[in-house]
Design a protein around this ligand. Structure first.
Ligand code: SF4
Length: 248
């Protein structure tokens, strides 16, 4: 296989990053790498305020005092501690991790043999996307209360040229499903994953698994009735296994 050409990026050394939590190894619960062992690095701050956001502790400025300021070296040292130094898939999440400057973190991590996957809503394109191994773009559907800037999403896809890129849309209702259909038409060459919305933002509340299963069956029915056969519908595996607990 030909090696992917990585972009030249300027590294702003030793800048501190806003880190909400680093945990694992556990499994990736959704998307292209579902089931893959990984360490999660969750960064703080987001340019969106989705109505059903389940990670407000990584979004709202009122939580910023809880976020650690860590350099790329410090974050990678913590990952090393968790994996006993073994290289692993590092999943970058948030918040919106794209608002951070992650080129130093990615460059140093790749040199240690780690691979990187990231999820972002696709509102902030960065040239360092080309240093990722996998990028999930998750534009937010109408139920989020946010509008999609398609030009920005296009720019994110362009910035990730050569990176394995896929789309993910969370579905709460029929309007979200129609939105996902539009996304599929706009980006016919990118794999698209659908997942069921889980609006229980209280990490201590038990998850109503039967209700999630019923919504999942309903979503499958919608896709099949629509003859939408090139979509992938997945549960949020981590929610089924651990509920809404943080750091699992
Ligand atoms: S984009 Fe993600 S992290 Fe940001 S508010 Fe929406 S759901 Fe929360």
């Amino acid at each position: 296989m030909n090696e992917v050409q990585r972009p030249e990026v300027e590294i702003a050394k030793s800048k501190t990053l806003r880190v909400v939590e680093i945990f694992g190894p556990t499994i990736q619960g959704e998307g292209a790498y579902i089931g893959r062992p990984t360490v999660f690095v969750r960064f703080g701050g987001c340019d969106y305020r989705c109505l059903w956001c389940d990670t407000m502790h990584a979004v709202g400025k009122q939580y910023a005092h809880e976020w650690a300021k860590m350099t790329a070296v410090e974050i990678l040292a913590k990952v090393d501690e968790l994996t006993n130094g073994a290289p692993i898939l590092i999943t970058i999440s948030g918040g919106n991790p794209a608002i951070q400057q992650l080129e130093e973190f990615l460059t140093l991590g790749r040199a240690k043999g780690h691979t990187f996957s990231m999820e972002t809503q696709g509102s902030v394109p960065k040239n360092w996307f080309g240093l990722l191994d996998q990028l999930t773009l998750s534009p937010k559907p109408p139920s989020s209360g946010e509008d999609t800037d398609w030009a920005k999403l296009d720019a994110c896809i362009a910035a990730a040229e050569g990176v394995q890129t896929s789309l993910k849309v969370v579905i709460f209702d029929r309007a979200d499903f129609a939105y996902a259909r539009d996304v599929a038409v706009r980006y016919p060459d990118l794999p698209l994953f659908l997942s069921i919305g889980n609006d229980d933002s209280d990490p201590d509340a038990p998850v109503d698994k039967e209700a999630l299963h019923a919504k999942m069956r309903e979503l499958i029915d919608w896709a099949v009735d629509d003859k939408w056969y090139d979509v992938t519908i997945l549960p949020q595996l981590h929610v089924l296994l651990w509920g809404n607990q943080l750091g699992v």
